[in-house]
Design a protein around this ligand. Structure first.
Ligand SMILES: Cc1cc2nc3c(=O)[nH]c(=O)nc-3n(C[C@H](O)[C@H](O)[C@H](O)COP(=O)(O)OP(=O)(O)OC[C@H]3O[C@@H](n4cnc5c(N)ncnc54)[C@H](O)[C@@H]3O)c2cc1C
Length: 279
């Protein structure tokens, strides 16, 4: 639940950056393009459109900053993050559409970056929870008075929760990516994984990494060296990132969003994470 807030914030931040870039590009074009013997930036109707868009972007930007600040300070701002996702992705579509219009026919040509931006912006209101779903979440919060509580309020709680969930910690203190991966079979939650089967591959660059295939079947897990057979999910990263994530020094969602780790099948990964105790 908490990771979704970051995903929604990132969508909003991308919306702000994308919209700002479109507006700048459009202003540049409006300086260059002439129609009826004047720069098109001199036409009042276009000027008014542009300043209106800048104003709406400023409102969305401030809203995004506020949600980022709440998130950074340990809140779980479900309402604010959902509003940011809803508002900024819808506004992004509106801005790029209006900007494209300023380019006239050239806006439709692939040679102009605005055409590409038009297509790219469109996914914003779909990915990471659609606009309709954001409105559903907000309806529950605003109209039905639903409240979302934090799962943990500090890192100590996270630690103690993971120790209580794992009474017999028999996997020592693995520190390197290789040691952490080799400890996976010892960390299996036998009851949860009783009827769970999967194949995962780890392609971890760097001295302390390596390539491993993990087979899980009926409550037992086995690691072998190399990328063997076909995997349900492949995890690709470098050893330091993998170690930082597993040892709690790096937020996995942040690493994923930043492209530091690639996970070929997110749904499989989420299910996998429930089957093993943390290091
Ligand atoms: C480029 C791209 C990258 C993606 N990356 C990831 C990823 O990394 N990880 C991941 O897990 N997913 C990813 N997705 C999937 C994405 O999260 C889903 O596409 C999105 O959540 C919408 O789900 P859906 O496509 O199944 O649409 P559907 O759920 O089929 O929705 C279809 C329509 O019905 C509406 N709708 C659905 N339910 C309701 C409701 N209850 N009330 C009102 N309207 C509703 C929707 O708003 C939409 O308009 C990605 C998608 C794209 C396009």
């Amino acid at each position: 639940m908490e990771s979704f807030q970051l995903e929604r914030l990132v969508a909003g931040i991308l919306g702000v950056g994308g919209a700002e870039a479109c507006l700048e590009e459009t202003l540049k074009y409006m300086n260059e393009r002439e129609a009826f013997g004047r720069q098109i930036k001199k036409f009042q109707v276009l000027r008014h459109d542009m300043v209106q868009l800048y104003t709406e972007l400023e409102a969305g930007k401030q809203m995004t900053y506020n949600a980022c600040w709440l998130y950074q300070n340990g809140e779980i701002p479900v309402k604010e993050c959902s509003m940011v996702k809803l508002y900024m992705t819808e506004l992004g579509n509106k801005i790029v559409d209006k900007c494209l219009q300023m380019f006239g026919g050239y806006g439709y040509m692939e040679d102009f970056p605005i055409a590409r931006a038009y297509r790219d912006a469109r996914v914003g209101t779909i990915v990471g929870g659609t606009t309709q779903i954001m409105r559903e979440i907000l309806s529950k919060i605003i109209i039905d008075d639903v409240r979302y509580k934090k799962v943990y309020s500090n890192p100590e709680e996270i630690k103690s929760a993971s120790t209580t969930a794992a009474p017999e910690k028999n996997w020592g203190n693995p520190q390197t990516a290789k040691e952490i991966i080799l400890s996976i079979p010892l960390r299996i939650k036998k009851d949860k994984a009783a009827s769970y089967s999967t194949v995962f591959q780890f392609d971890i660059a760097g001295e302390t990494g390596g390539q491993y295939t993990l087979n899980v079947k009926d409550g037992e897990a086995k690691v072998e060296e190399g990328l063997n057979g076909t995997a349900e999910c492949v995890i690709t990263t470098d050893a330091k990132t993998y170690e930082d994530i597993e040892l709690g020094r790096m937020d996995p969602t942040m690493a994923f969003m930043g492209g530091q780790i690639r996970v070929s099948n997110i749904a499989a990964m989420m299910q996998f994470a429930k089957m093993f105790h943390r290091v």
